[in-house]
Write a protein of this length. Structure first.
Lengths: 255, 222
């Protein structure tokens, strides 16, 4: 059996949003990549462009499945030069927006199933799906909320369901926008551990998350892409890319 | 009390409401799902019956459905009789006349659905139709109810269009509002009083029912 290989994504976007000129070009090389930068630097816009929720002025975004093998297949999400724009629903990319957008007319469980229901073909698959959902509910500490209506959830609970829903349906690329804001410390550590465990399996696709929190970036042991004013200023391990921010943070912590 | 006219009126209002929802749902969805000149034009055309005298609409329909125009001649040839002065003609007129009352609440209701929900649905693989069916439509349910009730009551209350296109044929085109007009013309004020009372009570009760549903009120105003 072939060793499963994670898909790879290359991203080039030029897009104008108000005063900000976004101009980035990078490749997601690792299992987990972090977009790091201050608010207003264009991080969310990058996620939205990759997911297909906005049409960039100029872009080329390509997803490569099984790279480097004879089964390699390329999916062009956007290529403005060639006039290609794949609609969001065909990209197999999941996104958990910063503001949880839970479907208010469905229970937490139905929300989780929304992106996966179509792939069930028989009873065995259904059983596997239900087992997977059960595990996720437990991992995100939301099992007791499964039958609840999203309107009755607290902010932290809604955020957990938001993340669990994006994780539940898999995909080539999972994108989490400020996923841990609004979660308390213990839960946050739990999630990071389970997401790291998830990312250890290449079948689970790549993960791209957004943060402006230095400590978080270090904790995730992921590759960091540092964004400032709509440009990539550095890409590499957190220790190298965020050395300056780390020093500043440590200085602040000194008594 | 002219019970034949009462039944005819209810049959007309029910048929019109069912057809209107079938037409208005896709139209409202299309209008609500974007912006631009084409949508503005369609919305304006849909809203026309709100400002036009019903007799103007009735007159154009009478001409359009009659032997003077090509579509009218086609209908006459297909059916063997003109649409005007028949129940079917009345239905066509009523659908057009009440179109804004079905479309406007639906557009308002669809527009009130948070676009972020539809974006997430798309990234979870949902087609626009599935997102509409599973998210937009259930969330806009109060607006659908409002649209149906308004279409029904507005059809019950129409007069000008019916008079122009339907005339006054008992059992075919003679609705309650026409019967009332007749009764007054005949100085039969006692009968007219009963007919008017039925129409007034019905309209008032329906409006109370709509306003009672607090959530439906927003879409009414939208």
């Amino acid at each position: 059996m072939l060793k499963p290989l994670a898909p790879r994504h290359s991203v080039r976007i030029r897009h104008r949003i108000g005063p900000l000129q976004l101009d980035v070009d990078f490749e997601l090389k690792q299992r987990w990549t972090i977009l790091f930068g201050p608010s207003g630097s264009g991080k969310t816009t990058i996620l939205r462009a990759i997911a297909g929720l906005l049409k960039p002025d100029h872009a080329r975004i390509v997803s490569t499945v099984c790279p480097g093998t004879d089964q390699e297949r390329r999916f062009t999400f956007v290529d403005t030069d060639a006039g290609i724009f794949l609609p969001a629903r065909r990209r197999v990319v999941r996104i958990a927006p910063q503001q949880p957008a839970l479907f208010p007319n469905m229970s937490v469980l139905e929300n989780m199933k929304y992106g996966m229901g179509l792939f069930v073909r028989d009873a065995t698959e259904e059983e596997a799906r239900d087992r997977g959902i059960g595990e996720l509910l437990a991992r995100f500490h939301i099992a007791h909320l499964a039958e609840k209506d999203p309107n009755g959830l607290s902010g932290g609970e809604a955020q957990r369901v938001n993340l669990a829903r994006a994780v539940a349906s898999g995909g080539r690329l999972l994108m989490l926008d400020e996923p841990f804001s609004g979660l308390d410390m213990n839960l946050k550590d739990d999630f990071i551990a389970s997401l790291l465990q998830r990312q250890a399996d290449p079948r689970n696709g790549q993960l791209l998350s957004v943060t402006h929190d230095v400590a978080e970036a270090f904790q995730l042991s992921a590759e960091v892409i540092k964004i400032a004013d709509g440009k990539v200023v550095a890409q590499g391990p957190a220790e190298v890319v965020l050395a300056e921010e780390r020093a500043r943070l440590l200085k602040q912590l000194q008594p | 009390m002219d019970t034949q006219a009462l039944w005819l009126t209810l049959r007309l209002a029910l048929t019109t409401t069912a057809l209107l929802l079938a037409v208005a749902l896709p139209v409202a969805w299309w209008i609500a799902s974007g912006a631009g000149a084409a949508r503005a034009l369609v919305q304006a055309i849909v809203a026309l019956p709100l400002v036009l005298p019903p007799t103007v609409l009735g007159f154009y329909l009478l001409v359009a459905l009659g032997p003077l125009t090509a579509p009218g001649r086609l209908i006459i040839r297909a059916l063997g009789h003109p649409l005007a002065f028949s129940f079917s003609g009345l239905v066509v007129g009523s659908v057009l006349y009440s179109l804004p009352f079905a479309v406007q609440p639906l557009v308002a209701g669809f527009r009130a659905v948070d676009p972020a929900l539809l974006e997430v649905a798309a990234t979870l693989g949902a087609s626009p139709l599935r997102a509409f069916r599973t998210i937009t439509l259930p969330l806009a349910k109060p607006s659908v109810v409002t649209a149906a009730v308004l279409s029904f009551t507005h059809t019950v209350g129409e007069f000008g269009v019916v008079l122009m296109i339907g005339g006054n044929i008992p059992g075919a085109t003679r609705t309650l509002s026409i019967a009332l007009y007749d009764q007054v013309q005949d100085f039969n004020y006692a009968a007219a009083n009963r007919t008017a009372g039925v129409l007034l009570a019905f309209s008032l009760l329906t409006l109370v029912a709509i306003y009672w549903r607090g959530s439906a009120r927003r879409s009414l105003l939208g």
